[in-house]
Design a protein around this ligand. Structure first.
Ligand SMILES: Nc1ncnc2c1ncn2[C@@H]1O[C@H](COP(=O)(O)OP(=O)(O)OP(=O)(O)O)[C@@H](O)[C@H]1O
Ligand SMILES: [Mg+2]
Length: 670
């Protein structure tokens, strides 16, 4: 049941406002996401909206899942089922799939991941220089997200690097089209452009989605905003919620201009501010407010809380990262013991993925369960990517990158020379490798001995494509694995232990896909696009009682009773690389974004926050001496409460560590 009495007056105003476009601009933990879920319930129960006419857009798949769960509770009996709750990217896929014909795409177009895109750029730019490739990739992505065509990019490009990237952009785009594949940026860019150009399609979608809600609006990029504008049209029935202080995706093209544009493009925009925080105790909130006060203000907001002062925020210097990891684990155990809490009440947050490794070791040593999000994705593991390449090929035979990976894994006696010859033949005729296989001309291009296994492979893929829309996904996958002898191949090419663990991953993946297929009533072809959407940021194992390890980026929107924010040092947070010789203004912008990241980190904590930094940190063979982050000084804790004497376990052996833990626990009990 939507329950307006559980909201404060400003939140309620946001829920019931339906006279036009509405923006909730408010700080962390002020209930923005809660307003979205309540508003959906209100639209359905009180205003007579059909569920299928409502769409809520979230930033991650995980956030979408959480919102669906909350909705199911608010609207029991399946009333919430038809509501579209998904990310911009998933909505883009749905739209593209439905309207593929309009764009000259087939509905089973594949979605490339970042590695495949790099592979294509490598060919286009004819270089293996990883750094250059990544720079070109992110430049092209920025252009795409700004809605620029290759031609416009070429006109804008300045300097050798950008000009090179602009030239690559055109060939890159042509290659994607030829392969019938899209990259992540296209998932937004193409639908936005299509809706803009095609009135029939636009009306179809405007009729389908009659009320839109957008969470984390501050992190939308230009294309996402365009898509939003096209979807809402002149009716402009939408509610966006956001916090300019939590904009942390500038590096991916998100722009705060979107907040200003919203006001300019929709003069009737109703802006509502929320100022009461329902998440954190006062000490935590004050630290957050003090840090963010160092950034220039776009919009004035003050956050306050009715919760008590709570535990003081503590800052603990550590000797190095191992000491940090061990000490965090000890403190966490002692804290949990003292509070009789759950492991799931704890999160350890950090700036970069690699910081998780030492921490994972320390947690494993103590047999503490943990889940990792934002780390190297399960879906990025070689064995999973192998399997996914088959799925992609089954869905879309023209997907050349998938073809090359699948046909060479496991090896089928097809040499690279033959593939190259096939590639030349296909390239000259503007067809995909797969299509070229069955051309009579291929018999001249590729030696018969090599062509036979290739064609056999092709026939096999054709058969699976034919079965895919009918057979359950799990069954088909098992059949596939058996046919290609993947398990045996793993054991031939890997040592036993890694073969075993890789094979287990494959089995987990097959089981997961099978289950997902049943739950979502999707066939293998449709699942393939779902898999492609699960990106690096959001892999999340289901483990009910585990410590959460997460990058700051992936922790956005979440909350945890107790938070450890680690590695809060200059060069880590803010992350500044010595070879980044940025101009003063760019440097300033970078630091401001890092500060917002710190703000996001602090405001994840509900009851306690511990900040740690390392005096030195390993860099290759050497140690690098570190300064505490400027953000620690900016929290201005001395003013909040007298400094706490800190227990400082040194670098300890595991025996000492245990003794130390016991001592700590006894101390707490006494
Ligand atoms: N009126 C209220 N009464 C009680 N609890 C509330 C109220 N509004 C929000 N909360 C609770 O406060 C917490 C923060 O809410 P929510 O996650 O919606 O905030 P948010 O503004 O979306 O935060 P963020 O900026 O971090 O995304 C949640 O636990 C939510 O249930
Ligand atoms: Mg939120």
């Amino acid at each position: 049941m939507s329950d307006l009495s559980s909201l404060n007056p400003a939140q309620r105003a946001g829920v019931v406002y339906l006279d036009g476009p509405c923006l909730l601009l408010a700080g962390a933990g002020s209930g923005k996401t809660r307003v979205i879920t309540q508003k959906i319930a209100y639209l359905i129960q009180t205003c007579g909206y059909a569920a299928k006419h409502i769409a809520a857009l979230t930033f991650t798949n995980k956030a979408a899942l959480e919102m669906q769960e909350r909705l199911a509770k608010l609207l029991p009996g399946g009333a919430a089922k038809g509501v579209t709750v998904c990310t911009f990217h998933s909505l883009g896929v749905r739209l593209l799939r439905a309207e593929a014909a309009e764009l000259g795409l087939k509905p089973q177009f594949s979605i490339l991941d970042s590695e495949d895109c790099l592979g294509i750029l490598q060919e286009v730019l004819a270089t293996t220089d990883k750094r250059l490739l990544r720079q070109a990739q992110s430049q092209i992505s920025l252009w795409k997200n700004a809605g620029l065509t290759p031609l416009q990019a070429a006109q804008l490009a300045s300097g050798e690097l950008e000009s090179q990237a602009a030239r690559a952009f055109a060939s890159y785009a042509a290659t994607l089209q030829a392969y019938q594949v899209v990259d992540f940026d296209d998932l937004i860019r193409l639908p936005a452009a299509l809706l803009q150009e095609n009135a029939v399609v636009r009306e179809r979608w405007q009729n389908r989605l009659r009320y839109l809600l957008v969470d984390e609006y501050q992190d939308t990029n230009v294309c996402q905003y365009r898509l939003l504008k096209q979807l809402v049209g002149v009716r402009a029935m939408f509610t966006a919620v956001g916090d300019d202080d939590q904009s942390i995706y500038g590096w991916r093209g998100a722009t705060l201009e979107n907040l200003r544009d919203l006001q300019a493009d929709f003069p009737a925009l109703k802006v509502i501010k929320l100022e009461q925080n329902y998440r954190s105790s006062v000490n935590i909130l004050q630290a957050a407010n003090r840090v963010i006060a160092h950034n220039p203000k776009l919009f004035e907001k003050k956050l306050w809380s009715e919760f008590g002062m709570g535990d003081p925020v503590t800052v603990v210097p550590m000797n190095d990262e191992e000491h940090e990891a061990e000490s965090v684990v000890i403190r966490l155990q002692a804290h949990k013991f003292e509070r009789r809490g759950q492991f799931a009440d704890y999160a350890v947050l950090y700036r970069s993925n690699h910081q998780a490794r030492v921490l994972e070791q320390a947690l494993r040593k103590e047999r503490i369960p943990y889940v990792l999000s934002g780390g190297q994705s399960f879906f990025d593991k070689a064995e999973i990517r192998d399997l996914i390449s088959y799925l992609r090929l089954i869905a879309n035979a023209d997907d050349d990158p998938a073809f090359i990976r699948a046909v060479t894994t496991p090896k089928r006696g097809v040499g690279s020379a033959s593939l190259e010859a096939l590639g030349q033949y296909a390239g000259a005729r503007g067809m995909s490798l797969f299509a070229a296989l069955f051309e009579a001309g291929a018999e001249q291009a590729v030696p018969a001995r090599q062509l036979a296994p290739l064609r056999e492979f092709g026939a096999f893929i054709n058969r699976l494509s034919w079965e895919a829309p009918k057979a359950p996904a799990g069954e088909l996958l098992n059949e596939l694995l058996k046919a290609i002898g993947y398990e045996a191949w793993l054991y031939e090419t890997q040592d036993e232990r890694s073969a075993q663990s890789k094979w287990q991953n494959v089995l987990d993946f097959v089981q997961w896909l099978g289950k997902k297929g049943e739950e979502d009533e999707k066939n293998l072809l449709e699942l393939t696009q779902t898999v492609a959407l699960i990106n690096m940021l959001e892999r999340q194992d289901e483990m009910p009682n585990a410590v959460h390890l997460s990058t700051l980026h992936a922790a956005k929107g979440l909350e945890f009773p107790h938070v450890f924010l680690i590695g809060v040092e200059e060069n880590i947070l803010p992350m500044l690389r010595p070879d980044d010789d940025l101009e003063a203004a760019a440097l300033q912008a970078r630091i401001e974004e890092e500060r917002r990241l710190m703000y996001v980190g602090i405001t994840r904590a509900q009851r306690s926050l511990t900040v740690t930094w390392c005096k030195k940190r390993r860099r290759g063979r050497d140690y690098q001496i570190n300064e505490p982050s400027r953000f620690i000084a900016e929290m201005n804790l001395a003013e909040a409460s007298p400094a706490q004497p800190q227990a400082q376990p040194g670098n300890l052996s595991s025996k000492d560590r245990l003794a130390n833990l016991k001592a700590l626990l006894n101390e707490k009990k006494a």
